[in-house]
Design a binder for this molecule. Structure first.
Ligand code: GLY
Ligand code: MN
Ligand code: MN
Length: 438
């Protein structure tokens, strides 16, 4: 028998927290999802949807949670049946009985009973929280169920039940990590950091980017991660100037840098690290100059992460600092700093944001602003800080020694009560430390 990944009490506590915030009549519906087709009759590996996992701990596909805070039964989960034939082919399934005992749900059914039971369960509520737009077939099921609910209640004057996005509660719940989540995120950060170090040691001229990508997967899985947190970016030379380069199929050449943006998924928590290092062990002077400009900004921005700071504040500071970096390197000759900032011409070389929330999703949910006010960082928030500069080799206006260089430096940062803690500090980022590894 498989074991639940985490203690069921963790998920009960989360459902209780959602209950505390919800209003009488709220009913929540979450689907675990199903694996998309990869080709013909083989699918991509299944990975459970985050909100469903966050509230249940259940990892199987085709399951559904109906959570009705304060009603009886409160937690109903529909799961795949215990099926010996299916299990012979695909492996262990909990089935409804074991799902109930092992995960502590109030009521369980096989998923074939979802639609008929959902009508009764939703009829007793007043409004439904369900995220539309993730799956056409799940959307259709929900709309079909709500039509049946309307037919039952409509004669008594009830309107079609309001559909709301559960993110109104979950975005904030998931934005603030508790002690147990932080512990897992630290482990995820450590795992990815150690893997990055192995890549720095292993790289040599003639290696293909995909060898490094494969080594990263090997290194994180060896340490217990289930997968990459997202498709790794392993980009040598000019490829590093493509922000989300994932072809990973070019040869690493002596004299070039490699940019590796790769993270681990450990117990469903993502890490997200970017480092740049030289293929042949030593940075050239222009590579070093550009790298050190980005590194300075990265360290300064990390230092500013604390309760009360915000993405808006840090983004503005990073825009100014990277504009200064570019000017120090000889870009924008003949323009003033104010002009570059006002016209946002720096965006040609720094086209992305400074960072994002991190958690179950690599770009985790959570408000960045609310009511037109920046959302301040709070203790328990985890975010990335990832400034970069990218100069494509065919750029016409850049100083020629920087053409074909792309630099991004990215760490994962926890907001603490007095400041911050870098969760990915195991992996070096000073030039001398990186050079000493290869
Ligand atoms: N790896 C994607 C990102 O850094 O946002
Ligand atoms: Mn990132
Ligand atoms: Mn990244």
């Amino acid at each position: 028998m498989r074991q639940p990944l985490l203690d069921k009490e963790i998920f009960k506590k989360r459902r209780d927290k959602l209950k505390e915030q919800s209003s009488p009549g709220d009913v929540f519906v979450f689907f675990s999802g199903s694996a998309p087709v990869r080709s013909n009759d083989s699918n991509y590996k299944f990975r459970v949807s985050n909100d469903f996992f966050y509230l249940t701990g259940y990892e199987e596909e085709n399951a559904v949670l109906i959570f009705r805070p304060g009603m009886k039964p409160e937690t109903t989960v529909f799961v795949m049946p215990k099926d010996p034939v299916m299990e012979t082919w695909e492996g262990f399934l909990y089935g409804p009985d074991m799902a109930k005992t092992e995960f502590g749900f109030d009521q369980t059914y096989t998923v074939s009973k979802f639609e008929e039971n959902a009508v009764a369960l939703l009829t007793e509520g007043e409004r439904v929280y369900y995220r539309m737009g993730l799956s056409d077939s799940d959307d259709k099921k929900i709309l079909g169920i709500l039509n049946k609910v309307l037919r039952k209640k409509g004669r008594k004057g009830h309107p079609f039940q309001t559909l709301l996005d559960p993110a109104v509660y979950l975005a904030e719940m998931r934005r603030i990590k508790d002690e147990q989540e932080i512990k897992i995120m630290q482990e995820s950060g450590d795992i990815a950091a150690r893997a990055h170090i192995e890549l720095m040691k292993a790289v040599k001229p003639g290696m293909n980017e995909r060898e490094l990508a494969g080594l990263f997967i090997y290194q994180i899985m060896k340490q217990g991660a289930s997968a990459e947190a997202y498709n790794s970016i392993v980009a040598t030379g000019n490829n590093a100037t493509t922000l989300h380069y994932v072809f990973n199929d070019c040869e690493c050449k002596s004299g070039d840098l490699v940019l590796v943006d790769a993270g681990a998924e450990y117990k469903y928590m993502a890490s997200d690290i970017t480092r740049c290092f030289p293929v042949s062990g030593k940075f050239s002077q222009p590579q070093k100059d550009m790298y050190n400009e980005v590194l300075k900004v990265q360290k300064d921005m990390v230092d500013l992460v604390k309760p009360g700071a915000s993405f808006k504040e840090l983004t503005e500071k990073a825009n100014t600092a990277l504009t200064e970096s570019l000017m120090n390197l000889g870009f924008f000759k003949g323009s003033s700093k104010d002009e570059v900032l006002e016209k946002q011409t720096f965006k040609k070389y720094y086209p992305h944001g400074l960072g994002h929330y991190l958690g179950l999703d690599v770009h985790d949910i959570g408000y960045y602003e609310k009511n037109n006010e920046p959302k301040p960082f709070e203790e328990g928030v985890v975010l990335t800080i990832e400034p970069g500069l990218y100069v494509p080799e065919n750029d016409e206006s850049a100083p020629k020694e920087f053409k074909g260089i792309g630099i991004r430096i990215e760490d994962d940062v926890l907001v603490t009560n007095s400041g911050n803690k870098i969760l990915t500090s195991l992996v070096p980022k000073e030039v001398s430390e990186i050079e000493s590894l290869n």
